[in-house]
Design a protein around this ligand. Sequence first.
Ligand SMILES: *[C@@H]1O[C@H](CO)[C@@H](O)[C@H](O)[C@H]1NC(C)=O
Ligand SMILES: *[C@@H]1O[C@H](CO)[C@@H](O)[C@H](O)[C@H]1NC(C)=O
Length: 377
Amino acid sequence: MFVGIVILVLNVLRSVSSQPSADEWYRLDDALYLVDNTSRLNYDDAQSQCLEYGANLARVDSDEIQSFLTTFISPPSMPTRCFWIGCHDREVEGQFKWLDGTQVRYNGWASYQPDDHGENQDCACLWSSKNPNRHGRWDDNTCGARLDLICQKGVSLPGLTSGPSVEDISSTFVTVSWSSWIPCLDTGEGPVVSYLVYLQTMDGEWVEGGGIDSDVGEGDLQRRMEFVLTGLEPGNEYNISVSAVREGVGGEGPKGPLVSVTTSIESGSLFGALGKSNLIWILFGVSLAGNILLVVVIVITCRRQRKQQKKKTLPNLSRAPSGHDPKDHQYEVPRAVGDGDDHIYEGLQRTESSINKESSYLSIDNTDRVEYVNTNI
Ligand SMILES: *[C@@H]1O[C@H](CO)[C@@H](O)[C@H](O)[C@H]1NC(C)=O
Ligand SMILES: *[C@@H]1O[C@H](CO)[C@@H](O)[C@H](O)[C@H]1NC(C)=O
C-alpha cells in the first residue's frame, strides 16, 4: 500500500516534471505549438504524448500556421525529417480528416502527395527538408513510423476580472493598485510574468502607461500590485486598465475592467491639492488670526503707555520736604488705607499735619525713616 502510494507520487512527479516548460510552446493567435524533435514516436503514441500535455497533434490549416511552424523546424543543418501532425485518412482512404473529425480542406501537401505509397500511408507529417518544395509541406506516412511531432493546444490568455483602484491622484499623476492574477478566480492561463498599465485619453485612444514585473513567487497566492502613472495633464479625464502578461511572444491577455479618474486642475502645489474652496477658508482663517493678533498688540501697547503715564503722574508732589527727590527711586509713596483727609498709611504713623496738606509720617518699623506724603494726590 505504502509502496503503491510512493510509486504513484513518483509517477505524478515524473509526469509533472516531464511537461515541457512554457517557453517551449510557440504562440500564434490563440494557439500554442510545441515542436518535439526528441521523442520519436508512432502516430498513436505521438497523439498520446500531446494529450499528456493537454494538447493534440497540430492542426495546420492555413498558410499562416504552416509558415509559422516552418520557422521552428528549419535550422539549415537539420537533417530531413518529418513531424507528425493531426491529419489522417485511417477511416476512409483518401478522405483526410483532422483529429476532431473535421475534413481537411487546406492543401498543405508537398508535390505528388499524398500518394498512399504501398497502400499503407494514412497518417500525415510535416517535412523539415533542405528541399524547398518539400520544406514545411505534408507527406502521408506509415502510422507506425517513429517520427517527431508537433502538438497544439488552445491558449486562453490571462485576464484580470477586477479593475484597478485609485490610491492617490494629483494634477499630474495617478497611483493605482490591483490584485495580482489568481488562477481560478481570474481568467486564462498563467503563469503571469508582468502587468501592463494602459491609459485611455479623451480622444479614446489607449496608450501604454508602463508595466511592472509580477514578482509573485511560487506559493504566493495574492499580492497587491501598485503603479504610478506620471506625466498626466491637469484636469483631464482618463480611463485606466491593466492587462496580465504570460511568458512568451504574444502572451499579453485582454485589458481588465477600467477605472475612470479625473486629474485635479491646480498645478501640483499644496494649494492645488487642497482645492479652491479650502484655500478661501484658509486665507480667511489666516487673516482673522492676524487681525486678532493686531488688536491684542494694540491693547497691550495702550495699557503699557497708560501705565507709564500713571507712573509719571503718581509722584505728583509739588515738593519733597525731606529733601528726597520725588523722582528718586528711593522715594516711595506709601499705599493709602481709607480715604478723606485723614489718610492712614500702611506701616506709617502720622507725626504732623500742615496746611498745605502735606504730611509727614514716621515708619513704625524704622523710626529713622520719615516719609512725606502729598495727600493732594
Ligand atoms: C530540436 O529543436 C530545437 C528547438 O527548435 C533545436 O534547437 C534543435 O536543434 C533541434 N534538434 C534537432 C536534433 O533537430
Ligand atoms: C472611459 O470609458 C467610458 C466607458 O467605456 C467611456 O464612455 C469614456 O468616454 C471613456 N473616457 C475616456 C477619457 O476615455
